[in-house]
Design a protein around this ligand. Structure first.
Ligand SMILES: [Zn+2]
Ligand SMILES: [Zn+2]
Length: 138
């Protein structure tokens, strides 16, 4: 994603565009696999030394809040892993190599009406993540 597109995305989410937020976003788009905050921190330091791990966490919290990224079910040494979200898509995660494949279809929408009718719940969203072994790792 070009930096003016990132700017637009931030604007849409009501986020101020800063070089730190931009670089975190850039790192995550160039490494499309689940990354821990530590990994993002070290990748960041390779390009720019002016950041602390707590700032990385703050940016990740903000991105989570705005649903720019998502926490995956996968963890690394019990640490949360994060990936970028691209609109309404679901992820297939390889538990071995951590490769991520996006699933184009969303089967959950079909259930939502039934569940709403059965429970009188007003459903406003859902999370779905699939995991297993990719063809190379089987
Ligand atoms: Zn794999
Ligand atoms: Zn869905």
């Amino acid at each position: 994603m070009k930096s003016n597109e990132v700017k637009q995305l931030f604007q849409k989410e009501g986020l101020r565009f800063t070089s730190q937020r931009n670089l975190v976003f850039d790192i995550m788009s160039k490494h499309p696999r689940p990354l821990t905050a530590d990994e993002i921190y070290f990748l960041y330091l390779e390009q720019d030394e002016s950041i602390s791990l707590s700032t990385i966490y703050r940016i990740l919290e903000l991105f989570l809040e705005k649903e720019i990224i998502t926490k995956t079910l996968l963890t690394d040494n019990n640490k949360a892993c994060y990936v970028l979200r691209h609109g309404h898509k679901h992820l297939l995660v390889c538990l071995n190599c951590k490769k991520i494949t996006e699933v184009k279809e969303c089967p959950v929408h079909y259930f939502e009406d039934d569940i709403q009718n059965a429970t009188q719940f007003k459903i406003t969203g859902h999370k779905l993540e699939l995991y297993g072994l990719c063809p190379e790792c089987q």
